[in-house]
Ligand binder design. Structure first.
Ligand code: BT5
Length: 324
């Protein structure tokens, strides 16, 4: 039974390295000591390191390196995002699963998480390289009560949340390249893909896809992206606890998406601009029908990039690939 196992894991984590006796756990949870022992075995099978301390009980010494809900939800500080997690070891794309779940009525804040994707995708159906057990490949379903034209800013809000989570867990200082890339030393460590389900009544669901490169080495990436991609481990020199990073990301996602929905984009815009590599720089913006060169002067409250070309004209750019 997952909930008792989860409760035991939670109890052991919260005791901060102190042993908790089997009898205590049994009393607290209203089950037998044999049942407790079975749940402990189950946790060990899931990769938890648990020490039995003689006469004292159980102590947690290691968390598993998986993205299973059991680990993610223990110590999760959110109210809605990640309270429902659909976890699969492998899938074509978490976006596909999330779209399906959203159509079936999945609640606001539902998260789809996987260890590897066989058909992970970026914008314009580009491929997203999703090495097994080395990253976090996830889609978050949100059901905000906002007009459809407010959807693109969720990409920017998500970018701020990603930067904050990476900063908090690793101390690295990522930068944002408009609209959807997170960079470390000029290389991409995270991509964001915001998709929409809407009808005449407005937004039914936002499906926010986030691909975080965490513990890859250079060789773990496909040859095509090896020179442009990086991971947190490659930049910091240390393996990163993926559970902690996901927990932190879900926390900031909830904080900032609520801030955006309730107070608008103004405050987040300030944060976004402070992390941006694009603003103030000469850039080339490739769009489907044309390419423009100029200075990226800023973003509007709607998240539109303001590009001033040499002739002095200011162009509002909604979607493009930026070269710097
Ligand atoms: C993106 O698109 O950056 C959005 C990526 C979103 C991925 C997540 S993973 C979970 C969820 N499920 C999905 O199927 N997708 C989402 P775009 O800006 O179009 O960038 C795509 C380009 O990034 C590719 O053409 C490559 O050049 C590069 N790329 C591919 N995989 C990469 C990786 N792992 N790290 C860095 N760059 C990569």
């Amino acid at each position: 039974n997952i909930t008792v196992t989860l409760k035991i894991a939670k109890r052991l984590i919260e005791s901060n390295g102190e042993a908790v006796s089997g009898q205590h756990l049994a009393d607290e949870l209203g089950v037998s000591r044999t049942a407790i022992w079975k749940h402990i075995k189950e946790l060990e099978e899931k990769g938890y390191g648990i020490e039995s301390v003689k006469k004292k009980g159980y102590r947690i010494v290691m968390l598993p390196d998986t993205l299973e809900p059991l680990g993610i939800q223990t110590g999760l500080k959110t109210k809605s995002i990640g309270r429902e997690i659909e976890y699969v070891e492998s899938c074509a794309s978490t976006q596909i699963i999330a779209h399906q779940l959203a159509q079936e009525g999945a609640p606001d804040g539902t998260v789809v998480l996987t260890e590897t994707q066989t058909a992970g995708r970026g914008r314009l159906a580009r491929k997203w390289d999703s090495a097994a057990n080395k990253g976090a490949w996830m889609s978050i379903i949100l059901r905000p009560d906002v007009a459809p034209q407010k959807a693109p800013q969720f990409t920017l809000v998500t970018a701020v949340a990603v930067v904050r989570a990476i900063e908090e867990v690793t101390g690295l200082q990522p930068q944002i390249k408009w609209p959807n890339d997170i960079l470390l030393n000029g290389k991409k460590c995270t991509g964001i893909l915001t998709e929409l389900q809407s009808d005449a009544d407005g937004i039914q669901a936002l499906i926010i896809g986030i691909g975080l490169n965490i513990n890859q080495e250079k060789d773990d990436f496909d040859a095509e992206v090896q020179d442009i991609a990086t991971s947190l481990k490659m930049e910091s020199g240390e393996a990163v606890n993926r559970q902690k990073l996901v927990q932190s990301l879900l926390f900031y996602m909830e904080l900032y998406t609520h801030m955006y929905i309730e107070e608008g984009f103004a405050m987040l815009k300030i944060l976004w601009e402070s992390y941006s590599t694009t603003i103030g720089q000469p850039v080339r913006a490739r769009m489907t029908n044309q390419t423009l060169e100029g200075i990226a002067e800023g973003i509007t409250d709607d998240g539109v990039l303001q590009l001033r070309t040499a002739d002095g004209k200011l162009h509002g750019i909604y979607s493009a690939d930026i070269e710097m």
